[in-house]
Design a protein around this ligand. Sequence first.
Ligand SMILES: *Cc1c(COP(=O)(O)O)cnc(C)c1O
Length: 401
Amino acid sequence: MTLPLVRSCATVDHERLVADHSAHNYAPLPVVITRGEGAWVTDVEGRRYLDLLAGYSALNFGHSNPRLLAAAHAQLDRVTLTSRAFGHDQLGPFCAELAALVGKDMVLPMNTGAEAVESGIKVARRWGYEVKGVAPDRARIVVAAGNFHGRTTTVVSFSTDPEARGGFGPFTPGFDVVPYGDLAALEAAIGPDTVAVLLEPVQGEAGVVVPPPGYLAGVRALCTDVLFVADEVQSGLGRTGHVLACEADGVVPDVVLLGKALGGGVVPVSAVVADRDVLGVLRPGQHGSTFGGNPLACAVGREVVRLVPEVLPRTRRLGEVLHARLRAMPGLTAVRGRGLWAGVDVHPEIGTGREVSERLARAGVLTKDTHGPTLRLAPPLVISEADLHTALDALERALNP
Ligand SMILES: *Cc1c(COP(=O)(O)O)cnc(C)c1O
């Protein structure tokens, strides 16, 4: 039995407004946050919590990161939006700097992760028709079961989660789903009309599922005349202790999709990153976005690009601390992950993931369950070692109530 958090009028009033006027597409914990700094947030009651979700990794550099706020403030005072009808002085540097970070030639800036995925699908299809020579409207893309690539109608068309798909058809055709981690199934699914394999190098929403050793290298080897599109929206930009999660396996995808942390938790910024022979298939008028690549987004994104390399060593070191403690923690039936990113399964006798996350919230640590027994732990990469231990102490107590 989980008792509710102590709630005053301020919290109850906020929750009533949300219940009455915000669509019920989320079931949040009963916490109403009013400010954040680093790895900490404060609720309307004045209680402080350690944030172990970090905006699903959009907040890799912490809340109110002073360098990201300075970049945003400086740009807010100059110009925030030009539309792509005109040029502006942040777009070129942002694209060049992000391309260099990822090791590619070109960037297609968009806003949300789902848009990066949609754009990646369009680029792959067009590449298939123009470069590979697939017959019109025949292009197919192979994806993995258990995937999460966003919420648009095309993207949920190839979700295997009944909750994400149910009642939203008809769906976009052209996708083949294979089990994640199964190279033989992937090889069998790649046919003459296949233009791309679209995968998360670590499946975040599925519960931080790391594929078997050698899988990503095997995917790379199978993608000879097919684009390997890595959705690094959640796994990229430092979370695993690398710029890209694929790097840990020495694998270089053809197309990299980025989002979440690219906007530093300040603005939505996403991108498709690839070489000229791939992204060059788009010509004026064929794709676009009113807000994609706007000056504010680019200014924040440029500071993110500077921050990523700086946080990698500490992410690897604290990631080892996190995983060593989790592996030794009683009450968990599985521990997965890379870097400062873990999915843990709670023993059913202890409670559901939701119950443990509610106990943790009462103890001043915020995280969220995903799929029944699973909790996801993804603190801001700037969390101090002492705060990480504080959060893990609370988890240990929540598993032993
Ligand atoms: C969150 C996520 C997305 C979708 O990003 P949105 O900004 O919510 O549209 C896509 N792919 C992966 C791997 C994600 O984790």
